[in-house]
Design a protein around this ligand. Structure first.
Ligand SMILES: [Zn+2]
Length: 57
């Protein structure tokens, strides 16, 4: 089974948990996909909306 982890804090996404749907999948310009856990999404929602590079976080 594939395990997704938050790229920011390393939390593990349980695909069977109800909270899994609140995770956000991002795609980098190079095509790689990353996951963000709900906590990090809340914390960085402004950065995500502004499409800032992760270097700015
Ligand atoms: Zn996180």
């Amino acid at each position: 089974m594939r395990v997704d982890t938050c790229r920011h804090c390393g939390a593990t996404r349980d695909q069977d948990a109800a909270s899994a749907v609140t995770w956000v999948r991002e795609r980098d310009p190079d095509g790689r996909e990353h996951w963000l856990c709900p906590d990090c999404v809340r914390r960085h929602v402004r950065d995500i909306e502004a499409k800032l590079s992760h270097e700015w976080w």
